[in-house]
Design a protein around this ligand. Structure first.
Ligand code: FMN
Length: 156
């Protein structure tokens, strides 16, 4: 991360399917509540998205849907939050359609999306080594520039 900015990586692992009856009976699941808190405390959010069938993945949308409950918390979690979207996919367009599909969601949640850069990693299976590290120098550079631009936006 540039300029001493700290990156905290979180996962949607452990978030159940949204169910309004469960919400009424038990409230927001523990893992969703943890993520809500992490996002509320963060200066910015980077949404790393795959692309499923030329759109956003239902599993990630489901997680965001839980994080938007109850509605009265949306402002504290997402309101005015600087958000960048990046993605990697095995196809040739690097999640471009998925990233666009996220826009109405980011708008509805009242975030402050960053449009100053894009990171579209296509043919993602050729970009990482066997340890999951980026082995493609051009992509590494694009990622650095992307993070630099977003951190500047968050700190502005
Ligand atoms: C249901 C499904 C739909 C997919 N649709 C696309 C697609 O539209 N475009 C694309 O480039 N890759 C597509 N892929 C391939 C994904 O890029 C690849 O599976 C990637 O690893 C998904 O990330 P994930 O493992 O974090 O889910 C699809 C994969 C799945 C499972």
């Amino acid at each position: 991360m540039p300029g001493g900015a700290e990156l905290r990586i979180e996962s949607i692992e452990g978030i159940p399917l949204y169910n309004g009856d469960v919400e009424t009976a038990e409230g927001v699941p523990k893992r969703a509540a943890e993520l809500k808190k992490a996002i509320a405390e963060a200066a910015g959010l980077i949404l790393a998205t795959p692309e499923y069938n030329n759109s956003l993945p239902g599993v990630l949308k489901n997680a965001i849907d839980w994080l938007s409950r109850p509605t009265s918390d949306i402002k504290a979690v997402f309101g005015g939050k600087p958000v960048a979207v990046m993605g990697a996919s095995q196809g040739g367009f690097g999640t471009i359609l998925s990233q666009s599909a996220w826009l109405p969601v980011l708008r509805t949640l009242g975030t402050r999306p960053w449009f100053g850069g894009r990171l579209l990693v296509s043919r993602a299976h050729t970009v990482f080594d066997e340890h999951g590290k980026i082995s493609d120098e051009a992509i590494k550079k694009q990622l650095e520039q992307f993070l630099h631009g977003f951190v500047e936006f968050v700190e502005a």
